[in-house]
Design a protein around this ligand. Structure first.
Ligand code: ATP
Ligand code: MG
Length: 600
């Protein structure tokens, strides 16, 4: 029970200057959250109730599958992260882990995720197949030094996550937990009143055998989802595959070098040569640094109208890391002019590079691999009589072919970004559509990645020692709560879905100097709460208009007003979502609301 007159509750008339998206503005204006520093927020009493509601739904759904709740330490010793091989990637360059030293000069980190901690526990405690399967979860604050914290709780540096880790004897048994978790996420999001879509997600280069993200659909979402209208395909753009549009037939039939001054871009060269971007092989330079400090220069050849998918590229580069003596990638960038100066032995013919640009452009240096890694996307391999650079400023070649003018050194790869309008692979008659989403959950088949590196094994029925097969399942509790607002608001404020609203109802006393209004409101307030309807009482000494505005802003699903109607033993009940108002006999308020809330 709570009286607004006694609550830590302040609403703001104006939008906060640093908030860009509606949900962030509204949560601050309505007194749910307060910014303490970049990506660091206080959850005020109303917000904390929402977060507890979401957590409770998550808990119920997880427990129903037999998952067990625990609480793991947030302070994690560096040794564990060194064992898994992730200390450097998480602390160096763009690493997002907060690391610190204790008074004994030991390295520690604030947990951004808990694979290392849980795997070390499994290593110690799980011995036999008889103990499997297990699914362990916690709901806890995570710390990540995000490069761009923003949008309030959407991308915080401190945020609440539910993370679960499953341990299985084999892939088959992992599949079963994975499906259970898929179902849990569907149930949770439905109960939270959200419109969402499950999509195929990138699993990284050694990321096991599959993963799905759960996207809350909203314009402000940072992720792009590509899907087909038949409902058969949906994927994060990072992962999406498609059939490219057809290339136009080449207007060139013989190989020639042409003077093409001032045509560093695809558009300008196509204008000059009167050809289509689909007939050009574009060569894009990347620079990657592996965890052993070796820099490799990568030349990606791709059809001129297409773009490189840097997530797919990074996965390819990780797969072949051992060829360069590394394990993982620290950075992958398009080298700036400054960066090029550091390794180029002589100025590059930028805008005119061909797939076979000479390795002599790379200066001799211990930290530099002496050869370009040349990757050719499938779209480029398929071209005949194409246009590409001549490795000389101001010149292109036309009518070129693989196998004659250019050698194909490696197998072709799919490193192309799928895009809306492309045909779908499962059915070329379906074209990909685009939507924006907020990633609230990610379920992931890890396989034996961590158990193998950290030596977490069990003995199977045949008495053999095997690595545990793992899965991990994250859900952003605080991000989800804000995503609900992003999906549900109007010009007057938040409209909470009933399942996660901080309170179901608010009793508003228009005039607290009217003893009759107060008496009826107090009684309703008590009765509603006793009946399990979580109810606020607005007993503040404010004008009625101010109270109505605040009730709309904070988005409580039902408002009960002890105004004029009390003369007829009735009160006004307004549904926040539809703004529908009706007068209900005072004696029937509790039962009516009970009914409405159950129906939601
Ligand atoms: P993103 O791509 O958005 O950075 P992620 O891939 O790093 O997410 P996971 O490590 O899979 O996310 O974490 C599980 C869930 O935790 C995510 O699905 C998301 O809902 C939530 N989450 C991740 N990072 C943040 C953050 N900085 N602030 C709030 N929630 C987050
Ligand atoms: Mg992240």
């Amino acid at each position: 029970m709570m009286r607004l007159s006694q609550m830590l509750f302040v609403t703001l008339r104006d939008d906060p200057a640093d908030a860009e998206i509606p949900s962030h503005k509204l949560l601050i204006r309505a007194g749910y959250i307060r910014r303490i520093s970049s990506g660091i927020y206080a959850y005020l009493p109303l917000m904390w109730r929402v977060l507890q509601k979401v957590s409770q739904i998550v808990r119920e759904e997880m427990n129903a599958t037999g998952a067990q709740e625990c609480l793991l330490p947030q302070l994690q010793p560096s040794e564990l992260w060194k064992e898994s091989g992730r200390w450097d990637t998480y602390t160096k360059a763009e690493g997002i882990m907060f690391a610190l030293k204790d008074r004994r000069e030991q390295d520690l980190a604030l947990g951004p995720t808990h694979e290392e901690v849980i795997t070390t526990i499994a290593r110690d405690m799980i011995r036999s197949y008889r103990q499997l399967p297990l699914n362990i979860y916690q709901i806890q604050t995570k710390f990540r030094d995000e490069i761009r914290p923003r949008f309030g709780l959407m991308r915080g540096r401190e945020f609440i996550m539910k993370d679960a880790y499953s341990f299985n004897a084999d892939e088959e048994s992992l599949k079963k937990v994975y499906q259970d978790m898929d179902q849990v996420y569907n149930n949770v999001l439905r109960r939270c009143g959200l419109a969402f879509r499950a999509v195929q997600a990138d699993s990284g280069a050694i990321g096991g055998s599959g993963s799905q993200e759960f996207m809350v659909l909203a314009e402000a979402g940072e992720d792009e989802v590509l899907y087909t209208e038949d409902g058969q395909y949906a994927a994060n753009v990072e992962k999406a595959v498609s059939l490219p549009t057809d290339a136009e037939p080449s207007p060139f039939s013989t190989y020639e070098k042409r003077e093409t001054p001032g045509t560093q871009t695809i558009e300008t060269v196509c204008n000059l040569l009167k050809c289509s971007p689909t007939q050009v092989v574009k060569n894009v330079l990347y620079q990657t640094v592996y965890d052993n400090g070796i820099t490799v220069l990568v030349l990606v050849s791709i059809r001129g109208d297409q773009e490189v998918n840097e997530v797919k590229l990074q996965n390819e580069l990780t797969k072949i890391a051992s060829q360069y003596g590394g394990k993982t990638i620290i950075t992958l960038t398009v080298p700036s002019a400054d960066a090029q100066e550091k390794w180029a032995a002589k100025p590059l013919p930028l805008g005119y590079i061909a797939p076979d640009i000479g390795d002599e452009y790379i200066a001799a240096d211990k930290q530099l691999h002496p050869k370009f890694l040349r990757l050719v996307d499938t779209t480029a391999v398929d071209l005949k009589n194409f246009v590409t650079g001549a490795n000389e400023s101001g010149y292109h070649v036309v009518g070129a072919n693989w196998g004659t003018e250019f050698k194909l050194l490696n197998n072709s790869v799919d490193i192309r970004k799928a895009r809306p309008g492309d045909r779908s692979i499962h059915n070329p008659e379906q074209t990909l559509k685009s939507a924006r989403g907020i990633e609230v959950g990610h379920i992931f088949k890890l396989g034996t990645k961590y158990s193998q590196t950290m030596g977490a094994t069990y003995t199977n029925e045949q008495g053999e020692e095997k690595p545990l097969v793992m899965g991990c399942y994250g859900l952003g509790v605080s991000r989800l709560a804000q995503a609900a607002v992003e999906q549900s608001y109007d010009q007057d404020g938040i409209i909470w879905p009933v399942g996660i609203a901080p309170y179901h109802a608010i009793v508003t006393i228009p005039n607290i100097n009217d003893a009759k209004q107060v008496e009826i409101a107090e009684k309703l307030y008590t009765d509603l709460n006793l009946a399990g309807i979580e109810t606020l009482l607005d007993d503040r000494n404010e004008r009625a208009g101010v109270k109505f505005k605040d009730a709309d802003l904070i988005g409580i699903p039902y408002r009960i007003v002890t105004g004029r109607a009390i003369a007829n033993s009735k009160v006004e009940v307004v549904e926040r979502k539809s703004r529908k108002s009706q007068e209900i006999p005072i004696a029937e308020v509790v039962s009516t609301l009970q009914q409405w809330i159950v129906d939601c």
